[in-house]
Structures are given as structure tokens and as C-alpha cells.
Design a protein around this ligand. Structure first.
Ligand SMILES: NC(=O)c1ccc[n+]([C@@H]2O[C@H](COP(=O)([O-])OP(=O)(O)OC[C@H]3O[C@@H](n4cnc5c(N)ncnc54)[C@H](O)[C@@H]3O)[C@@H](O)[C@H]2O)c1
Length: 333
């Protein structure tokens, strides 16, 4: 008999639809429940995502009611400061959790979530989709194989035209009590994660200059990072760009330079050599839900984006926010 995982989705706004589609496309998973305080958001998800003839998920206004109904696994797609408490409630009830980024807004919460997952023997993964995308996976392999030598400098940038999300009163993203911060903790979370995951370097301290641009959260960040092995990184994030989205990561190694990003794809150049574009378009991406199901069913042991990645990002984010407040470099950890 095939095991079918009974999924719930908590938070049925914009980002939940892709996860719901991924669940509904699988034979070993079923979307049995959704929960959101907004009936309109739940209605929109069902209307847009659940195909005709498929039983719609049961609807609830709280996680607790959804857990009482009975689910095996939960996808959390809610405002950031709620993640930690929702992860805890699910894990304690024996439910596996795939959580949207950031895993937590505070490192202490991320650590506690990891401990709870271990204690209750449940899977906890972060929905960092870049971990399943070919160019990012290949970039990590190129570094791990030593092809580029030792990485001594990393330059990363995320530029978006999304200031409207952070104007007070616009969305929950503008309210620090719900978002835990602005652009740095939001899309910046992906870029910090990729800097750490691809390089496998351990950050030691961060110096950050942050501008709120009249909002209640960060919308422009320039940061310098020192790693424990002496390597350095610069991180830049703006939500005031004229371009809709630009994402650039460059890794400078002692033997070669590697560049990748949303628009440009992956390429690298070894000293004295030509630029190499190592990937064809045929390489398949693995969506967070697909990877998560494989782990829950025991087909592989480690999620593509394990919770520890969320902890590392939370540590850098906290240090950056502390540095912006103190005006000094701050220790990570
Ligand atoms: N991985 C990515 O590329 C990506 C992209 C966008 C958003 N996200 C993440 O997804 C999460 C949600 O973002 P979004 O863009 O979908 O936001 P959104 O505003 O579109 O949706 C959030 C939903 O959560 C609901 N909600 C609020 N409090 C809740 C609660 N206590 N219980 C249940 N539901 C609650 C809201 O009613 C809303 O429907 C965030 O963590 C965000 O960072 C990730």
C-alpha cells in the first residue's frame, strides 16, 4: 500500500499556492486541510489551485483546529515572527514541518525549533527553493570539489523594486512585530543563505549600514562580513531598484571566479582559462515540497535545506541588525 502524507498548509496567501500545487501533483501526498484567519485567502487558494473533481481541503481559522483535524505534515507560509511558535505547536503534536523563510527571526528560536524536531523525531526543513535549483547546487559542488581553490572574497547583491511592501500600513511586511525586519530578513534571507551554503564558510562578525528610508524596517543594507578563516564578503540589498529583480553572487577563489544569479545563470573561469558555462537547460529543479516528502517517507535522510541553514541565516541577520544599531561590527552566533 502506498503511504499518502496528509498535508496542511498554514497561511494561504501568495506564496502558499506553489506549495499547494506541488502537494496536489503528487500521488504520495494529499492536501487535506488549510488554515488562515482570512476566508478570502483560503477561498482564493482553493479557486486557483485545486483542480475540478478533486476534494477541496478542509478549512480552519487556526493551526490548533487543523492539528486536531489530523495532519501528518505542515507547510508554514505565514508572517515571519509567527514561524517559531507555529513550528513548536506542530512538532510537539508530532507533525513534520516545512517552513517558509526565514525559519525564525531570532537565532534562539531557530535553535529551539531544531532541538524540538530532534526531540520529537520529526522532519524540519526550510523552503529555500534555491537549494533544489540546479545552478545553486552545482555552484556548491564546484566550491566543495576545490575547483575554485579557497574562496577568499564573496560579493552578493539583491536589488528589487518592492519598496511598496514596506510602506507603513501597506502589508504585514511593513510591521516589524510581524515581519521581524525589512528587505534584509525577507528576500535577503535567500541571499545570505546562498552565500553561506555555497561557500560553507562560517561567519565571525558583521558590520552593517542600514537605511529605513522613512519606513519602520530596513529597505537598504550594505554589510561587510568576516569569516572565521579570514575570508571576507560584501552584502548589498535594496528594495528601491528600478530593475524588478537582480540577484548576483560572485565567489572569488584562489584558482577561479564563479558567478551566478537569477538572470545570468552559472559560469566560472579558472585563472588563465576561458569562461565556462557548466549547466545545460535539461537539469531538473527539485521543489521544496518534493524534497520534503522524500525525507518524510524516509527515501533520503537530510532535507535539501535543513533547519540549520535557517539558524545560520538568523545568526547573521541578528548580527547585522545589532551592528546597524550599535554602529560597530558585531559577533555572529
Ligand atoms: N521562498 C520564497 O521565494 C518566498 C516568496 C514569498 C514569500 N515567502 C515567504 O512566505 C511567507 C508568507 O509570505 P506571502 O508572500 O505568502 O504573504 P501573504 O501576505 O501573501 O500571505 C500570508 C498569509 O498568512 C495569513 N496569516 C497571517 N497570520 C496567520 C496565522 N496566525 N495563521 C495562519 N495564517 C496567517 C494571512 O492572512 C495571509 O493570507 C513568508 O515567510 C515569506 O517570507 C517566500
Amino acid at each position: 500500500m502506498t503511504t499518502v502524507i496528509r498535508f496542511g498548509i498554514l497561511g494561504t496567501g501568495g506564496m502558499s499556492h506553489g506549495h499547494a500545487r506541488a502537494i496536489l501533483e503528487r500521488e504520495d501526498a494529499n492536501l487535506v486541510a488549510i488554515a488562515d484567519p482570512s476566508d478570502g485567502a483560503m477561498e482564493a487558494l482553493v479557486a486557483r489551485v485545486v483542480p475540478e473533481g478533486v476534494a477541496p481541503p478542509a478549512r480552519f481559522h487556526s493551526l490548533e483546529a487543523m492539528i486536531d483535524f489530523g495532519i501528518d505534515a505542515l507547510v508554514i507560509v505565514t508572517p515571519h515572527t509567527q514561524h517559531a511558535g507555529q513550528i513548536e505547536a506542530a512538532l510537539v503534536a508530532g507533525v513534520h514541518v516545512l517552513c517558509e523563510k526565514p525559519l525564525a527571526t531570532r537565532a534562539v528560536d531557530a535553535r529551539r525549533s531544531i532541538d524540538l524536531a530532534r526531540e520529537h523525531g520529526r522532519v524540519l526543513a526550510v523552503a529555500y527553493q534555491r537549494h533544489g535549483q540546479a545552478q545553486f547546487r552545482h555552484a556548491r559542488e564546484l566550491v566543495a570539489s576545490g575547483t575554485l581553490g579557497d574562496i577568499r572574497l564573496i560579493s552578493v547583491l539583491i536589488a528589487q523594486d518592492c519598496l511598496e511592501n514596506f510602506i507603513p500600513g501597506s502589508t504585514w511586511r511593513a510591521d516589524p512585530a510581524l515581519s521581524g525586519g525589512g528587505h534584509f530578513i525577507d528576500t535577503g534571507s535567500h541571499i545570505v543563505d546562498q552565500m553561506l551554503w555555497i561557500s560553507d564558510l562560517v561567519p565571525e562578525r558583521v558590520y552593517a549600514e542600514i537605511d529605513n528610508f522613512g519606513t519602520d524596517v530596513d529597505v537598504i543594507t550594505a554589510a561587510a562580513i568576516k569569516f572565521t578563516n579570514g575570508a571576507r564578503a560584501t552584502f548589498a540589498a535594496t528594495s528601491l531598484s528600478a530593475e524588478a529583480w537582480r540577484e548576483e553572487l560572485t565567489f572569488y577563489g584562489t584558482l577561479g571566479t564563479m558567478r551566478l544569479g537569477r538572470e545570468d545563470g552559472l559560469s566560472f573561469q579558472l585563472k588563465g582559462g576561458e569562461r565556462v558555462v557548466p549547466l545545460g537547460s535539461e537539469v531538473r529543479d527539485v521543489r521544496p515540497v518534493d524534497d520534503f516528502v522524500e525525507v518524510v517517507l524516509g527515501r533520503h535522510t537530510e532535507p535539501q535545506a535543513p533547519a540549520v541553514c535557517g539558524l545560520r541565516v538568523a545568526q547573521v541577520t541578528e548580527a547585522a541588525y545589532r551592528s546597524a544599531a550599535s554602529g560597530r561590527p558585531e559577533a555572529v552566533g
